[in-house]
Write a protein that binds this ligand. Structure first.
Ligand code: N01
Length: 552
C-alpha cells in the first residue's frame, strides 16, 4: 500500500482555505473521524505530520513492534464488511501488518482525497466574531474551519531526555518512536538501549540477535508477562467472525478495558476480590492467565488496583515468574520490580524478553542509583565507566496524553491559551471538550479513558459522539458548542472521586505525567471504566446538550 508522497501535496499556500471541519492526525481515530464526517457530506480536511496514515503504527517501526491487544479485537468494528474481509496473520499483529491495515482502510473508504500529509497543525485560534477556528500549519497555510478535532494520539509526542553531551556522540542514534523507514542492521555492533518500558521490552530480543553486544541501561524494571503470539488460528478467526456482533457487544458492555479474549474464548471480568478466594484458587487464576498470554490480567480480580494487599498477590506471582525465566539470579533481582504496584504502570507483554538476558552478548546495567552522567563521542558514561557504543537506542517513552496537544498553540475565547487552562492538570469535560474552547474536540485526549482501555474501542465511541454532535448542530454560520465551566468542574471532581484510592497514584508513570521532568503530577486518565464513561457521555448529550452552551 503506498503512502501519499510529498510531490502530491500542495506547496505552502497563501490563500485561506475553508472547511467545515479540520481533523489533526491520521491514526485510527482520525481516519474514522474523517470517514464519518465525509459520510455526512461535510467538507473536511485531515492534516498529518507523517508521509502516510497509521499514527502509532506509522511512527513506531522499531524491531519487534506489535500490538498487545488481540488483532481480532484491535480493529475497527464500524464496518462488518471490513471485519469480514480483513484477515490478520497473527494473534497479535506486528507493526507492518497494522500499517497495511490502516492503509487498506484509507483506500477502501476513499479517505486520501481529504488528507494532507507532511503537514503539522501548529496553531488554532478561535475567531469569536466568526465563531470559527483559524488554523495555521507547518507549511505556512491558513485554514478556517467551523470545527476542529484533535486526533493527535496519546502516545505520539516522543520524549528524548536531554542527556549531557548528547550532541557530542558520534555513533548512530535511534529513537523507538521515530524509527527510520529503512531497515536498520545492528550486525556486529555494540549497541546500547536506554529504557525498559514496553518499546524496549519488545525491541531488546530482536536487537540482541544482531548486535555483537547489547547493553541495556535500566532505571526502573517493568512487569512483563508473556504475549504468546502465534499465527492466527483460522478456526478461532472463523468463530469470531461468525459472531462478531456479539463479540463486539461484549467488548463494549462486558469488559473492563475493551478486550475479552482469554484462552481464545470471550470471558467476563472477574469481579471477586483477590483476597476472598483461597491461595490455591488465586494461583490457578493467575496461572491460567499467564498461560493465556497478553493483557488478560487486567480482567482478573477486581481489587488489584485498589488494594495493595491484593495487588501484592499478583506482583509476587509475576516476580517469581521473572526469577524463573532468568538464569543469573543477580540479574533476575535487578529485573524484578519492587518499587511500585503491578498494573500501576502499563503492563508490558513480551516475547522472550527475560530470556534475552540469558544470552552472553547481553548485559543489564542498572542506572537506578548511578544515572547516565554524559554521552561522549564514543558512547556514554555511567557509574564511573565509559561504555563504547556504535549505536544508542532511546526507548525513553512519550510526553503522553497531553504532549501532542500542548505543542499546538491553541487559543480559545478571549485569547485564552489551552496550555494555560491546563496548567497544573488538563481539564476537559468527558475528555472531549474544554470550557472556553468552543467547537474544539479531543479524541483519546486527557480526562477520558483512552490510556486505560483498548484505544480502538474508545476512539470509535468518541468519534461517533463527536460526529453526532456536529451532525446535530450543523454547519450554519455562527453555530457553536462549548462545555459549560460547571460541567467541566463536575467532571474533574468525578474523575477525582473515581480515582481516589487507586494504586495508580503510587507509580511514576506516564499515566501520572510523572515520566517527564517538570510535568505536573496528575492522573491524566478517567478511571471510572468504559461503561460508566459511556453513560456519562450520554448524559452529556441529553436534554439538547444541556451540559454545554450551544450558540446559534
Ligand atoms: O515508554 P515508557 P515506552 N534516563 O515510558 C526510561 C505503549 N506501548 O515507549 O521507568 C534513563 O513505558 C524509563 O525509566 P523509568 C504502552 O502503553 C505499547 O516503552 O521512568 N531512563 C522507562 O524505562 C506503553 O506503556 C506497545 O525509570 C529513562 C523507559 O525509558 C507506552 O506505549 C509497545 C529516562 C520509557 O518507558 C510507553 O512505552 C510500545 C532517563 N532520563 C509502547 N527517561 C504495545 O502495544 C525515561 N527513561 C505492546
Amino acid at each position: 500500500m503506498s503512502t501519499v508522497l510529498s510531490e502530491r501535496q500542495p506547496s505552502s499556500a497563501v490563500v485561506t482555505q475553508t472547511y467545515d471541519v479540520v481533523v489533526a492526525g491520521a491514526g485510527f481515530a482520525g481516519l474514522y473521524m474523517l470517514h464519518k464526517l465525509r459520510q455526512r457530506g461535510l467538507s473536511v480536511r485531515l492534516y498529518e505530520a507523517g508521509t502516510g496514515v497509521g499514527g502509532t503504527w506509522y511512527w513506531n517501526r522499531y524491531p519487534g513492534a506489535r500490538v498487545d491487544v488481540e488483532s481480532v479485537e484491535y480493529s475497527y468494528s464500524f464496518s462488518s464488511e471490513l471485519e469480514q474481509e480483513w484477515s490478520w496473520s497473527e494473534r497479535y499483529a506486528g507493526q507492518p501488518e497494522l500499517l497495511r491495515y490502516a492503509n487498506h482502510v484509507a483506500d477502501r473508504f476513499g479517505l486520501r482525497e481529504n488528507m494532507q500529509f507532511e503537514t503539522r497543525i501548529t496553531s488554532a485560534t478561535y475567531d469569536e466574531s466568526a465563531r470559527r477556528w483559524q488554523i495555521g500549519t507547518s507549511r505556512g497555510e491558513k485554514i478556517s474551519a467551523q470545527y476542529c478535532v484533535l486526533a493527535t494520539g496519546f502516545l505520539s509526542a516522543a520524549n528524548k531526555p536531554d542527556f549531557a553531551g548528547i550532541d557530542s556522540y558520534q555513533g548512530h542514534q535511534y529513537q523507538t518512536s521515530r524509527w527510520p523507514h529503512e531497515d536498520v542492521d545492528f550486525t556486529g555492533q555494540r549497541v546500547g538501549i536506554i529504557g525498559t518500558g514496553s518499546s524496549a521490552v519488545q525491541s531488546i530480543p530482536h536487537v540482541a540477535q544482531q548486535a555483537s553486544h547489547l547493553f541495556v541501561f535500566q532505571r526502573t524494571p517493568s512487569f512483563s508477562i508473556p504475549l504468546r503470539n502465534a499465527p492466527l488460528d483460522r478456526e478461532y478467526e472463523k468463530r469470531v467472525k461468525a459472531d462478531y456482533k456479539e463479540w463486539r457487544r461484549r467488548q463494549r458492555e462486558d469488559s473492563r478495558a475493551g478486550f475479552i479474549a482469554v484462552n481464545y474464548q470471550p470471558a467476563s471480568p472477574n469481579n471477586k476480590s483477590a483476597l476472598e478466594v483461597t491461595p490455591e484458587e488465586r494461583l490457578a487464576d493467575y496461572e491460567m492467565r499467564w498461560a493465556s498470554g497478553g493483557l488478560c490480567f487486567y480482567s482478573s480480580y477486581i481489587d488489584l488496583l485498589t488494594s495493595i494487599e491484593a495487588n501484592e498477590t499478583l506482583a509476587e506471582f509475576v516476580r517469581e515468574k521473572i526469577r524463573g525465566r532468568v538464569k543469573d539470579q543477580d540479574v533476575a533481582e535487578l529485573l524484578v520490580p519492587t518499587t511500585y504496584p503491578i498494573l500501576s504502570k502499563r503492563l508490558c507483554a513480551d516475547t522472550n524478553y527475560y530470556e534475552t538476558y540469558n544470552r552472553e552478548n547481553v548485559s543489564l546495567v542498572s542506572i537506578k542509583d548511578t544515572p547516565i552522567e554524559t554521552l561522549t563521542p564514543k558512547g556514554l558514561w555511567v557509574g564511573g565507566k565509559e561504555y563504547e557504543l556504535d549505536s544508542i537506542i532511546f526507548a525513553t517513552g512519550f510526553d503522553a496524553v497531553t504532549g501532542a496537544i500542548s505543542k499546538i498553540d491553541v487559543r480559545g475565547l478571549d485569547g485564552q491559551e489551552l496550555n494555560a487552562h491546563w496548567q497544573g492538570a488538563p481539564r476537559a469535560y468527558l475528555g472531549l471538550m474544554s470550557a472556553g474552547f468552543p467547537n474544539l474536540f479531543f479524541l483519546d485526549g486527557p480526562c477520558s479513558n483512552g490510556a486505560l482501555v483498548s484505544p480502538m474501542l474508545l476512539s470509535e465511541y468518541q468519534v461517533e459522539w463527536v460526529d453526532r454532535c456536529i451532525g446535530q448542530l450543523g454547519t450554519e454560520a455562527g453555530t457553536a458548542i462549548e462545555a459549560k465551566p460547571d460541567a467541566e468542574d463536575e467532571w474533574m471532581e468525578h474523575m477525582n472521586t473515581v480515582s481516589a484510592g487507586s494504586l495508580l497514584h503510587l507509580a511514576n508513570s506516564w499515566y501520572m505525567g510523572a515520566n517527564i521532568p517538570g510535568k505536573p503530577r496528575a492522573l491524566l486518565a478517567y478511571l471510572g471504566g468504559l461503561i460508566n464513561y459511556k453513560q456519562q457521555c450520554e448524559q452529556g448529550e441529553a436534554g439538547g446538550y444541556g451540559k454545554f452552551v450551544v450558540t446559534r
